[in-house]
Ligand binder design. Sequence first.
Ligand SMILES: NC(=O)c1ccc[n+]([C@@H]2O[C@H](COP(=O)([O-])OP(=O)(O)OC[C@H]3O[C@@H](n4cnc5c(N)ncnc54)[C@H](O)[C@@H]3O)[C@@H](O)[C@H]2O)c1
Length: 261
Amino acid sequence: MINLGVIGANGKMGREVVKLVLNDDNFKLVCAVDKFNVGNVLNDSVKIEDDIKNSLISRKPDIVVDFTQPSSVFENIKTYMQTKTKAVIGTTGLTKEQIEEIKKMSAQADTGIIIAPNFSLGAILMMKFSQMASKYFSNAEIIEYHHNQKKDAPSGTSIKTAQLMMESNDNFKLGNCAETETVKGSRGGTYQENNKGNIQIHSVRMPGFVASQEVIFGSDGQILKIHHDTINRECYMSGVKLAIEYLYKNNSFIYGLENII
Ligand SMILES: NC(=O)c1ccc[n+]([C@@H]2O[C@H](COP(=O)([O-])OP(=O)(O)OC[C@H]3O[C@@H](n4cnc5c(N)ncnc54)[C@H](O)[C@@H]3O)[C@@H](O)[C@H]2O)c1
C-alpha cells in the first residue's frame, strides 16, 4: 500500500488525482492540501489542509503528487526535499535553471522526484516522433492549444518537445528572408538554447480546448504534421499512476515520463 498526498487537491488536475487514489486498492490517501476549500472532507480521515509542511510532517505520505501553479511549485519542491518526501510533479512552468537546482536538491536530500511536463502517453509519443523527424527537416514550428485558464505560456510540453527536437537538430532555420512583424508576436516565440534552436512556438488560449499540440516540419516540397489532442483530463492518470509506482520502488531524479516508459 502506497500512502499518498495530493497537493493542489482542489484544482482541476488535483481532483482527478484524488479520484485515482481513492479508487486504487494499492493507494491510500493520507493527506490533501490546497489554498481553497480548506476543511473539505475527501474520505473518512482526510480533509483538505492549507499548510504543506505541517501536513507532510504530521501525515508522512510516502509520495506527494503536486498539481498546483507555476508560481508556487518551486517553493513546494523545496519543502518536499527538506522533509524528505518523494514527489511526482505535474505542475508546469519550472525553468531549466530551477530543474537543475531541483536535481541537486534531490541528490543532497537523497529523495527521488519525477517531474513530467506531460503525463499523457500519446503526448510522449508525439514528442518522441518529433525528435525522430527533427534529423530530416530544416524548419520546424510548434503550435500548442490550451483552455484559457492556463497561466503559463508556452506550455511545458511544447518546451520539452523543443528540447528533445534540439537534441536531434540544433540548427533549424526560421524563414528564408528578413522578416517583419506588423502585428507584434505574430511569428510566435523563438525557442533557443545557447543562441541555437530557432523553433517557433505559438500558444493559443481558448475555451473548448483541454490540451492539444501540433508540430509542423517543412523542407523542400513537403510538410509533416504530428498532432496530439487531449480529450479530457483522465488521459493523464495512467501516467501519474506509473510515476507513483516507479518512484515508490526507485529513488531517482527523473525529468520527463519518456525516461520511465
Ligand atoms: N503534467 C501534466 O501532464 C499536466 C496536465 C495538466 C495540467 N498540468 C499543470 O498542472 C498545474 C495545475 O493545473 P490545473 O488545471 O489543475 O490548475 P488549477 O488552477 O485548477 O488547480 C491548481 C490548484 O492548486 C492550488 N494551489 C496553488 N498553489 C498552491 C500551494 N502553494 N499550496 C497548495 N495548493 C495550491 C490552487 O488553489 C488550485 O486549487 C498547471 O501548472 C498545469 O499547467 C500538467
